[in-house]
Design a protein around this ligand. Structure first.
Ligand code: AMP
Length: 309
């Protein structure tokens, strides 16, 4: 186990202009861990499920060699449930229902071997809980945190506290603006870096992603896709693919992070091509390889620069 994924294991119900999913496997930890496993990391999940969480869902995670020792099973409770409806543009969505259930009073307790995880992804959740997880890990190499507007509005002090302890903040541009109070992204990132994270990953969906590292910036495009079926989990798969690649290579240099952003983008691009985890569950190494090549050919260009600067 070299990558700890903290987040939800869930039942999701997704409605897009293409149809309704029914109650399917979802959750931020599911997407993070599956993406990281595809990158060759050895993920372990910290979460909780109720007695209603089906054995085949657990089996789907185990099949990908995802460690579930950190998952508490509360027989008398119900699993977290989330239902969502996407608008026609597929970029905006309305959460129809969130039932926290077993995650409501969740007290994360890490198994002994999780405490030495070198790479940590704290999926979007209550920042108090994210802090409780972090407090149990000894000296991690890299901590990535995902969050959203809700926590900026409702739990700002707790969010500011946990931000002081993370290396990478993964958010979208609107969240970055809200957190910093600055409209221009470069200024927003500068302010956010003053809050703790030395690296800021800005996710822009179909417009790619920006990696703000100490003094350098890297931009990764998103692949123009034939079909966008269900954007659920794309952000988590991006974070899981990014951190999974870093964990598998155990290298956190800027150069390697640039590669990791492309790997994260590739995993996210698969995720949106089918309902829920359908596509990310069935990926092969060869499919990922082909997609990485597509990313490369999308941006590679040979320009002759004559002037010496
Ligand atoms: P994303 O599309 O990357 O924002 O992540 C979607 C996943 O996050 C879904 O599979 C949901 O089950 C999960 N999710 C949604 N809301 C919450 C929440 N409040 N706490 C934990 N997980 C959530």
């Amino acid at each position: 186990m070299n990558l700890l994924a903290f987040g939800s294991l869930a039942f999701d119900q997704v409605e897009t202009p293409f149809g309704k999913s029914g109650k399917i496997l979802g959750g931020s930890a599911t997407y993070i861990a599956m993406a990281a496993a595809h990158e060759g990391a050895e993920p372990g999940i910290v979460s909780a499920v109720g007695g209603d969480f089906p054995t085949p869902h657990m089996a789907a995670l185990r099949k990908r060699h995802i460690d579930l020792e950190g998952v508490q099973i509360r027989k008398d409770e119900k699993t977290f449930f989330w239902s969502v409806r996407y608008h026609n543009d597929m970029n905006t969505r309305d959460t129809l229902e969130t039932q926290l259930n077993v995650l409501g009073g969740f007290k994360p307790v890490l198994p002994e071997n999780y405490r030495h995880a070198r790479y940590v992804v704290l999926g979007n959740s209550d920042p108090e809980m994210q802090s409780q997880v972090l407090a149990q890990i000894e000296n991690p190499e890299l901590v990535v945190l995902d969050t959203m507007n809700y926590w900026m509005d409702h739990s700002r002090p707790a969010l500011l506290k946990v931000l002081k302890q993370v290396d990478v903040l993964a958010i979208n541009d609107e969240e970055g603006r809200q957190l910093s109070g600055e409209y221009a992204l470069v200024k927003a990132v500068r302010k956010i870096r003053g809050l703790g994270p030395r690296i800021v990953l800005i996710k822009r969906g179909e417009h790619g992603a920006l990696l703000f590292h100490e003094d350098a910036v890297f931009f990764a495009p998103a692949l123009p896709l034939e079909s966008v079926f269900d954007p659920t989990g794309a952000g988590d798969a991006f974070a899981g693919g990014f951190a999974g690649y870093l964990a598998a290579t155990d290298n956190t240099s800027f150069e390697n992070m640039r590669r990791a952003v492309i790997h994260g983008s590739a995993l996210a691009s698969f995720t949106v091509e089918a309902f829920g985890t359908e596509k990310i569950e069935s990926l092969t190494g060869e499919m990922i390889e082909v997609r990485l090549r597509e990313f490369l050919s999308l941006t590679q260009v040979d320009i002759a620069l004559e002037k010496q600067l």
